[in-house]
Design a protein around this ligand. Structure first.
Ligand SMILES: [Zn+2]
Length: 339
């Protein structure tokens, strides 16, 4: 039995037909965790749909009305890049409810993982790139409204920039000093990432992403690490370590929301970085070690993952659970990782 909760629902399945997004990955992760004994059924809590009042803390009434009534324009549906259906809307409300629940559980146990969510391309008034509702932003704003947290930090390690999240939380921030671009060259030693004014900020956003990838327009996060194409495990981990150190020097969050995308993987169809499965597990371990050492609760969502072999994406997501177990368990786990 784990010392923390996993949040899941069969309703996380996205009814989008044949698609590069492996909609069945959530169920496959849950099944694999159970089959391999990494988790027991009692470790899972069932997600409930978010309340509309929670969704409206982030999204505009007009957008929510369009989703509820099926009246997105053709252009809006095209930007979403997944086919609209009322069932799809339900799946996104459920993912948001799951992230809210995982955030609550993280405050109690130090960590909690939503076996779903991480839809970081959703903006207040529209969806993009397979993301209809920004579940992480909804979870943060709900926790703040309910006075469970005052501040939060998003650490977005999906290979794609967290544009929706950056835009949503940009309003609470004074204008940032321009950050040095990391893309000019691959440096042996990461330079110190520039500082931003965090005083007026209640949510600090970090995005570590491939610069030369979707989305074309990247609204500024508090810290953006624009990674060059083809970066491997060691360089990536150095950048992450640097970004976390820099962010946590400037800002003390009550909660970290870790977006643990599987798509920095070298076999990913929509990514251009070159991390290995083991390197991605080391990434998770680094995130968890940093959070635990500072006593900051961490809520995890899965976000993207488009490996040629779906089982690789499943293995990467399962390793996130194993990494959490290793770091947060009282005794070191002997569970194998999938490599
Ligand atoms: Zn992605």
């Amino acid at each position: 039995m784990l010392t923390f909760q996993l949040v899941y629902s069969d309703g996380y399945y996205l009814p989008i037909g044949p698609h590069v997004f492996p909609a069945e990955k959530y169920r496959r992760v849950r099944d694999r965790l159970l089959e391999t004994g990494i988790a027991e059924s009692s470790d899972f809590l069932t997600a409930e749909p978010a309340d509309d009042r929670d969704i409206l803390l982030v999204h505009t009434p007009e957008y929510v009305r369009k989703l509820s009534t099926g009246t997105l324009s053709a252009r809006e549906e095209m930007e979403l890049e997944i086919p609209y259906s009322p069932e799809l809307v339900k799946a996104f409300w459920l993912a948001a409810g799951g992230s809210i629940l995982a955030a609550k559980c993280a405050l109690q146990s130090g960590v909690s993982i939503n076996i779903g969510g991480g839809f970081h391309h959703a903006f207040p008034d529209h969806g993009e790139g397979f993301c209809m509702i920004n579940d992480v932003a909804v979870a943060i704003r709900t926790m703040q409204r309910d006075q469970k947290i005052r501040t939060a930090m998003t650490v977005d390690c999906d290979v794609h920039h967290g544009n929706g999240t950056a835009a949503i939380f940009a309003g609470g921030r004074t204008s940032a000093n321009p950050l040095p671009s990391t893309s000019a060259s691959v440096r042996q030693t990461p330079p110190l990432i520039g500082s931003v004014k965090a005083d007026a900020c209640d949510v600090f956003t970090i995005s570590l992403h491939q610069e030369n990838n979707y989305p074309a327009r990247k609204p500024p996060s508090s810290i953006d690490v624009d990674l060059p194409d083809g970066i491997g495990d060691d360089a990536y981990l150095a950048w992450l370590d640097n970004a976390l150190s820099s962010g946590l020097r400037q800002f003390q969050p009550d909660l970290i929301c870790y977006v643990a995308g599987a798509d920095p993987y070298r076999e990913d169809q929509l990514g251009g970085l070159a991390l290995t499965i083991e390197g991605l597990k080391r990434r998770d371990q680094l995130m968890f070690r940093v959070a635990k050492s500072r006593n900051i609760p961490v809520m995890v969502t899965f976000a993207g993952g488009y490996a040629r072999r779906v089982e690789d994406t499943v293995a990467i997501h399962c390793n996130t659970v194993i990494a959490a177990r290793e770091i947060f368990a009282a005794q070191k786990s002997v569970a194998p990782s999938y490599v």
